[in-house]
Write a protein of this length. Structure first.
Length: 470
């Protein structure tokens, strides 16, 4: 199976190819990103997506049952880069696509047309498990013993979990920035036994250092610059189609941080269309925070487009030079997308081209308001996830998305990933600093602060809108 997969440079003027056995995270010839590609003519590809339905009810601990139970590897014919006996799986991808009519009504969508893809139901609580199962499977096949990542939280949690679930176990090493990680996520990395290094700097500084260290001492890098990570993340779209009885929606909306998800989604739909497994490709909206809006600036302000891979690198380099000169640091309540130099920027431009996509930016206030609405009408989500719903409302207001369109918003992480942000929104209390000593009254229109009630039966009944019993 693996001899029919290879790595290839995405630069159209290079297109150098490499074996999947070579540990590379960019092209050694031109420094561009790499893709994993397949010789589909030599592979057994299903003639229709309905083929995968026979695996829905499979359970068990033997290889076939384990793989079918995974929401990534039951689609293994579409991810044929590693043999089954090398696959590392912990039951990732058992997620839910929910038709959410209360939220649809709230934001002006037609009932039955808004769907939320809850990736927070993964074992580590975020979408990262989709990519980690793929990257760890390749690392296991290559015999790697130490893996590393830079992280704003979710990547480190997922890496730490998979490192100890792999047989034999690997050492997980995570680089986090000073004060740039939600406690819910940090607690996972610590609890799962990862060696955690806190670097003085933001995510971009951590990623730069972990790449240098990985090159120097041979750590296997698990950030989404690793092309095998993105192969696993393609499965999120397979499950969206699966839950919709293989009907393609009109729009996919996702948050944009390091831009791995949107890049993976574009590649997934390009391949499915090329294989004749879908007849059309949905549109894509990537939503970033105003305090970390590199992709918005590049794609919408500077009008940099994929252009067959010959995108305007000078404009991007000029933006980065300005950031460096002004000592720009990203800042947003949505820590998972607080990234100034997204490594998958070129691939995201390609995904936007494939899916006729666009980029929008939303404020922290909008993110928190829509996070509260998702919580009220659904399972809850981390702040970054809510950017997708905030972006949907914005696009409805712009009349780019119609209330009649079928829209899927990707919710990338569980609500308990960042409980501090939730508590602060609803109560005004900063759980990290616990200052000021008295809470600031919450200002959000959807906030739901607790009510102080005396230890008195009559007062409690009155607070509940009832008359106390006589």
């Amino acid at each position: 199976m693996s001899d029919k997969a290879y790595q290839i440079c995405i630069n159209p003027d290079c297109r150098e190819t490499f074996s999947t056995h070579e540990v590379l995270f960019d092209c050694p010839k031109c420094d561009s990103l790499l893709d994993v590609e397949y010789d589909w003519d030599r592979l057994a590809v299903p003639s229709s997506l309905e083929f995968f339905e026979h695996r829905w009810g499979t359970k068990g601990l033997k290889t076939q049952g384990r793989l079918d139970f995974s929401g990534v590897w039951r689609f293994r014919e579409l991810l044929p880069f590693v043999p089954p006996d090398s696959i590392v799986t912990i039951g990732e991808g058992r997620t839910l696509l929910e038709e959410n009519n209360p939220l649809a009504r709230e934001i002006g969508m037609k009932l039955g047309h808004l769907f939320l893809q809850y990736e927070g139901l993964n074992p580590s609580g975020s979408f990262k498990d989709n990519g980690m199962t793929a990257a760890f499977s390749l690392a296991r096949r290559l015999g790697r013993k130490r893996v590393a990542c830079a992280s704003t939280g979710n990547t480190s949690a997922s890496l730490a979990m998979f490192a100890h679930k792999t047989a034999p176990p690997m050492q997980g090493i995570v680089f986090i920035g000073s004060g740039k990680i939600a406690f819910g996520k940090l607690s996972q990395a610590l609890d799962y036994g990862a060696l955690t290094l806190q670097i003085e700097g933001d995510f971009d500084a951590c990623l730069r250092r972990v790449r240098q260290v990985s090159d120097k001492i041979g750590l296997y890098l698990m950030n989404s610059v690793n092309p095998f990570r993105l192969e696993g993340q393609k499965a999120i779209m397979y499950r969206v189609l699966e839950a919709r009885d293989w009907e393609v929606p009109d729009w996919i909306i996702c948050p944009g941080g390091n831009l791995g998800n949107c890049s993976a989604f574009g590649k997934a739909f390009r391949e499915l269309h090329q294989l004749g497994l879908i007849k059309r490709i949905p549109r894509l909206a990537v939503i970033v925070a105003t305090g970390a809006n590199t992709l918005y600036h590049v794609h919408e302000t500077d009008n940099v487009k994929w252009n067959g891979g010959r995108f305007d690198r000078d404009k991007i380099n000029a933006l980065y030079a300005t950031m460096e000169k002004t000592h720009y640091l990203p800042h947003t309540i949505a820590s998972a997308i607080e990234i100034a130099h997204p490594v998958n920027l070129p691939k995201s431009l390609r995904a936007l081209d494939i899916m006729n996509g666009l980029v929008r930016q939303v404020t922290d206030e909008d993110i928190l308001e829509h996070k509260a609405l998702v919580g009220r009408y659904g399972f809850g989500c981390e702040p970054a996830s809510a950017a997708s719903v905030a972006g949907l409302r914005q696009l409805l207001g712009e009349q780019i998305i119609s209330p009649d369109d079928h829209v899927v918003c990707i919710l990338t992480g569980h609500e308990l990933k960042d409980p501090d942000a939730t508590v602060k929104y609803h109560t005004g209390i900063d759980m990290k600093s616990l200052t000021p000593p008295e809470p600031i009254p919450p200002t959000g229109t959807s906030s739901n602060p607790p009510r102080k009630v005396a230890d008195d039966l009559e007062a409690i009944c009155e607070a509940l809108g009832e008359r106390p019993p006589s």
